[in-house]
Design a protein around this ligand. Structure first.
Ligand SMILES: [Zn+2]
Length: 220
């Protein structure tokens, strides 16, 4: 088991560097199996007193951000950011993400942020799907129009979701899916390459796994 309790009592006069504090925050996160480190969790897993981090970094959240970790109660998160994180998880698991999965990487936003914004996790997922199914309003830029395109090259979050959902989050070439092969990366690919005049529309997009997509290149 953890021996951290014994290390709380440091030799007096041995100052802790900021880097030591930050690396211990990351260590505590890893030990706890989460990227959301609250003061409460840190007092359980950390080597130092949370007040040390508070003093050094001004606020607890400053220390957490400096350590590259998640803020549990980050406020003013836009819906877009909340939805991006849902999409990240959906792609990672190759299926609808579960509430408990918010607490672990690759999630970067905690459950509490969703529960502040939505009635429940189910409600958050419902709103996300409604958002993804709404019409894209982004017009093509002047550069794209000058190249004869009606659409921009980038695939928006909602289009990415729609294409992957239609393809069951699996590769259209070989059938592989992160649901069966954890860690597999999926790409959304232009069937007719954008550089060859293909548009960024549902019908010209397909889901490919990374190995299939990298083997494809622009040669049709
Ligand atoms: Zn494939």
């Amino acid at each position: 088991m953890s021996d951290s309790k014994y290390q709380l009592e440091r030799v007096s006069g041995a100052p802790v560097s900021n880097e030591e504090i930050l690396s211990d925050l990351r260590r505590a996160a890893e030990l706890a199996g989460t990227t959301v480190v609250t003061q409460k969790l840190y007092s359980e897993f950390g080597r130092y007193n949370p007040s040390t981090a508070l003093r050094r970094f001004g606020t607890w959240n400053n220390a957490v951000v400096a350590a590259g970790l998640q803020i549990a109660n980050e406020i003013n998160l836009t819906d877009e950011r909340l939805f991006e994180n849902i999409m990240l998880l959906w792609e990672h698991f190759g299926r609808q993400p579960r509430r408990a999965e918010l607490a672990k990487p690759p999630s970067v936003i905690s459950q509490s942020a969703y529960l502040r914004r939505f009635d429940s996790w189910t409600d958050a997922l419902t709103q996300f799907v409604a958002y993804a199914n709404a019409k894209d309003t982004r017009p093509p830029g002047p550069v794209e129009i000058s190249k004869g395109h009606k659409t921009g090259r980038d695939v928006s979050l909602r289009l990415r979701f729609r294409v992957m959902k239609r393809d069951n989050f699996s590769c259209r070439a070989c059938g592989a899916s992160p649901a069966l092969e954890p860690g597999l990366t999926l790409h959304v690919d232009h069937i007719v390459a954008w550089s060859l005049g293909g548009e960024t529309l549902d019908e010209n997009l397909q889901t490919l796994c990374e190995p299939c997509n990298l083997g494809k290149s622009n040669v049709l």
